[in-house]
Structures are given as C-alpha cells and as structure tokens.
Design a protein. Structure first.
Length: 338
C-alpha cells in the first residue's frame, strides 16, 4: 500500500492533506532555547528508551545520521520543518513509522513535536489518533503541565492544548476568479492562520495554502476541531463555486489546462518553479474531469517526485540543478506513461 501522501481522501480535490500536531515538553527540563547540550542529550536518551513500549512501528532516526537529501525529502513532504532539517544539533531526532503518517520531532522548538498526517480532510480521525498516542506517551514520560495554563510550551502561542491542526488546501479557482484574498481575509478573521506550503514565512506554491488554528489557550481540543471543520468546509464550498464559474467558459478553461499539460509532457528541460505552476493547473483540470489522461494518483506522484530532493530519491542519485531540470522532464514522462 502506498504512503498516505500518495492517496486520496475526503474532499481531496480541494483539501490535499491534514496534519494534527501536539507540542509537548518534559518535566524537569528547560525549553529548547535555554536547554543545554547535556539536557538535550538526556531528553533524547529518555525518548529513545521508551520507543519499544510506545509501539506504532516507530523507529528513532538521528538527524546527524541522515543525509541532506533524505532530510530535505521529508521537508518536501511537510513531515519535518525546514529549520529542524537544517539543525546541526546532534540531539535532534525523529520518531517515524514506515507509512510516515506518524512523526515526532525531538528537540525541535519543543522537546517533542508529535504529528499525525492524513490525506484529504481527516480532522476528526487524526485528532483521535493523536490523542491516543499522546495518552500512551504521557504514561511513559512526565509532561511539563500547569493546572492553570495547561501544557507548557517554548512559544506562548502554543500554551494550553499545544494543539495545531493544519489543512493544506489547493485554491486555484479562488485565485483565478480574483476572490482569493477576500476568502483568506475571512479565514483570518475567524482566528485562523493562513501560511505557505512550508509554514510560517514561506510562500504559497501552486495556489497551495496551509490553514491552521492560532488559539491554543482558553479553548478545548473539541472546540478547535469544530472550528477547523467549519472553516475548512466553508473554504471547500467557496473554491468549488469558483471552479464552477471557471468551467462555464469551457473552451478557455480547457485550453488553459491542456496548454499546461502539453508543456509538462513535452518539455525536455523544466525547472522546479515552472513545474509547480503547471501542476497546479493540471491538478485542477484532472479534478474537474477535463484532463482524462491522468488520475489522482499520478498527479500526486508528479507533485511529489518533481520536487528537488524527492526527484533525486526517485532516480537514486545526487544531481545539480541543471541535471535536475533535465531529469525532472524524464520523471514526468515516466510517471505519466507508467
């Protein structure tokens, strides 16, 4: 069975993926920004000792033992953060399973950043899994917790539940009809953050955005789930309305998405940035039933394996940017024709 990021889920035409993250720190240790090297080493050792009891097929991988391409491939899958991948701290590690739908970052901004991932809109299902893992973990280690404030975290914006739910959404309809900023403004007014693909400070890529809650204190997990479900459903509804509007001008819409398909399938050299923009149109055309030559799985493979690090993983070799541009065109043809 393929990994979660190559599968489709509920509302996958708009909601690409869902992530539930819990920020946790261990009792008796300073937060990461004031943590000594010895403390970080002890935190890692404590986590390493409980891995067998935790289960879920998790294995511990130290960042210092991972090559740069592997780390960047995890960033491209949104499984670890760019800053974490670039850390030189020898006590940084991840707990991850083979399916890669569970990943804990150890000694990131917090001692533990526990994350679960799923395809499409899967807020409630992932929340249940995150709580299950969290309760099991809490029996094995002692969390830093305050009766007044809740779970204590390095950043004040995570104090309380420590919960961050994120949905990755593809919004080309709203972008092309000129309604994107209006909808994103409404999302912000409902107490949500809108970020680029790789989190805070990153840019949108191919009309992809992350929507997440920005309140963790004074609100329950159930309320966060309820609010995220409501705003996600609203965004999905508005994007589909925009797509119907685009589809009314059948000839112009078909011309746009097939032009993208033509360039992508016939190019001999293609850069990462150009590929991202073309794939946004191609995903839209496939989701709307215009491009019959592709299916959802192939589109997901194209999106993943044309990214720099995962492209190198695909071919099993290290490449400079010029060779990647050549090989990207080759990978596209292989995925489409396979």
């Amino acid at each position: 069975m393929s990994n979660w990021y190559l599968q489709n889920g509920k509302d996958s035409d708009v909601v690409v993926s869902t992530r539930v993250r819990l920020a946790r720190n261990l009792q008796g240790f300073n937060f990461e920004n004031r943590c000594t090297k010895l403390d970080k080493k002890n935190i890692l050792s404590q986590i390493e000792n409980i891995v067998p009891a935790l289960g879920y097929g998790l294995r511990l991988l130290k960042l210092k033992d991972m090559d740069e391409i592997t780390k960047q491939s995890l960033v491209e899958k949104n499984i670890i953060s760019p800053d974490f991948a670039n850390s030189s701290d020898e006590s940084c590690a991840i707990l991850i399973n083979d399916e890669e739908n569970i990943c804990m970052m150890i000694n990131e901004e917090d001692n533990i950043r526990m994350q679960v991932f799923g395809e499409g809109k899967a807020i409630e299902e992932l929340m249940s899994l995150a709580i299950e893992i969290d309760q099991k973990l809490e029996k094995l280690v002692k969390y830093a917790y305050s009766e007044k404030y809740g779970y204590l975290t390095a950043c004040p914006t995570n104090v309380g539940t420590g919960l961050r739910i994120s949905v990755m959404v593809h919004l080309p309809g709203l972008a092309q009809t000129g309604n994107l900023n209006k909808v994103l403004h409404i999302v912000n007014n409902f107490g949500m953050n809108v970020r680029g693909v790789y989190g805070e400070g990153s840019q949108s890529m191919g009309d992809m955005y992350q929507i997440s809650n920005n309140q963790t204190l004074g609100i329950t997990e159930k309320e966060v789930v309820k609010n995220m479900k409501a705003i996600t459903e609203k965004v999905v509804e508005q994007e589909r309305i925009a797509r119907k509007y685009l589809g009314k001008d059948t000839l112009r819409f078909e011309d746009k998405v097939y032009r993208a398909y033509g360039i992508l399938t016939n190019a001999r050299i293609i850069s990462s940035n150009e590929c991202i923009e073309l794939l946004s149109d191609i995903k839209l055309g496939t989701d709307m039933g215009v491009i019959q030559e592709l299916d959802d799985t192939k589109v997901k493979k194209l999106i993943l394996y044309t990214k720099p690090a995962n492209l190198q993983k695909y071919f099993g070799k290290i490449m400079d940017s010029n060779e990647r541009d050549l090989k990207r065109a080759e990978a596209i043809k292989q995925i489409i024709n396979n």
